[in-house]
Write a protein that binds this ligand. Structure first.
Ligand code: PEP
Ligand code: MN
Length: 347
């Protein structure tokens, strides 16, 4: 860590900062230039808090040398992490293709959509049973009944399932059914929830908060990793900007950016990022071209009857076309899309 003092520090100030550093058990190294004085601090940076030093009057800036996240960093794990969920790999060249309705709405419609996305080549089935809706009067999801239906669809079509968990108190229940927990954008900084899913052995799809920085996303991943659960998949789903032509603004630069700093896989959700079916295919292709480890798309066979996020849903045949394009792109890029293990059952 480097402590930069304000110009023209008094000898008393320099002495005081050095005293504080030594009192904390660290070794200070004073360097006095013509214009500026800096103090290097040697020792285990993890044990040194920035804020108390920053609070000393006369200190201009405290610059940590190490990243604030550790287990998520490339320093900790140089190679890409590759996880396998029921035979479907993600990371290290394996693309996870997640598709399904926004919400589980009923058995017949779920089975119909699951069959179609499975046939199109999706390898993970999604569907919310607990929905984080902006309005308390909107459809909130079917709860455990929805989890049971999603599980049944996953088993029938041989696909691992991902579903959202919104509260630490739901972790046990959702964990009985889910192959992957989804922590949604609104809960990216629900630290109690992150700790709770971190105590399980179930992989976590961690969506970027709508106004979260890349660093904040990685810090949230760190919460899960620090509890012992090392299987975190990051997900870009758009951030809030002034642009209102799209539901959110897709920040594709996060893909190479996060990959430069972290070994964790990162996938892209162009559905919530754009909110527009006409833009989803191009953004999905761009995501794969940018190096994303997968794509997450909402699909509904009758969007006008969908109980949530109908306007952004792709129709099954549109999703199938997109998957054809993504398969071609994957081949050119030398990436693999694992088939899920089950046998397709036609309804
Ligand atoms: C969802 O996946 O349906 C969802 C609510 O996503 P987000 O948390 O990204 O808004
Ligand atoms: Mn949705």
């Amino acid at each position: 860590m480097i402590i930069v003092l304000k110009p023209h520090p008094t000898p008393e100030l320099i002495g005081h900062v050095i005293e504080r550093i030594e009192a904390l058990g660290f070794t200070p190294h004073l360097s006095q230039g013509v214009a500026r004085t800096i103090i290097g601090v040697i020792g285990d940076e993890d044990k040194l808090q920035v804020e108390p030093l920053q609070a000393i009057p006369g200190v201009e800036q405290v610059v940590p040398i190490l990243k604030p996240f550790k287990l998520a960093s490339r320093e900790f794990h140089a190679d890409d992490s590759v996880f396998e969920v029921k035979g479907v790999k993600v990371g290290g060249g394996h693309l996870m293709m997640i598709a399904g309705p926004c919400a589980v709405e009923g058995e017949a419609i779920l089975m119909e959509i699951a069959a179609k996305v499975r046939d199109a080549g999706a390898n993970v089935l999604r569907g919310g049973a607990f929905k984080p809706r902006t309005s308390p009067y909107s459809f909130q999801g079917l709860g455990e009944e929805g989890l049971k239906l999603l599980r049944a669809a996953g088993e029938r079509f041989g696909m691992p399932i991902v579903t959202e968990v919104m509260d630490p108190r739901q972790v046990e229940l959702v964990g009985r059914y889910a192959d992957i927990f989804q922590v949604g954008a609104r809960n990216m900084q629900n630290f109690d929830l992150l700790k709770e899913v971190g105590k399980t052995g179930t992989p976590v799809l961690l969506k970027r908060g709508m106004s979260a920085t890349v660093k904040e996303l990685l810090m949230s991943a760190e919460y899960v990793l620090a509890q012992g659960n090392r299987r975190v998949i990051l997900c870009e789903r758009g951030i809030r900007t002034f642009e209102d032509a799209t539901r959110n603004t897709l920040d594709l630069s996060i893909v190479p950016n996060a990959k430069g700093q972290s070994h964790l896989p990162i996938i892209v959700d162009p559905s919530h990022a754009t909110g527009r079916p006409d833009l989803i295919p191009a953004m999905a292709r761009a995501a794969v071209a940018a190096g994303a480890d997968g794509v997450h798309v909402e699909v509904h066979s009758c969007p006008e009857k969908a109980l949530s996020d109908g306007p952004q849903a792709l129709l099954p045949h549109q999703y199938a076309n997109l998957m054809d394009e993504l398969r071609q792109l994957a081949e050119v890029l030398g990436k693999m899309i694992d088939a899920s293990e089950g046998v397709t059952v036609r309804c």
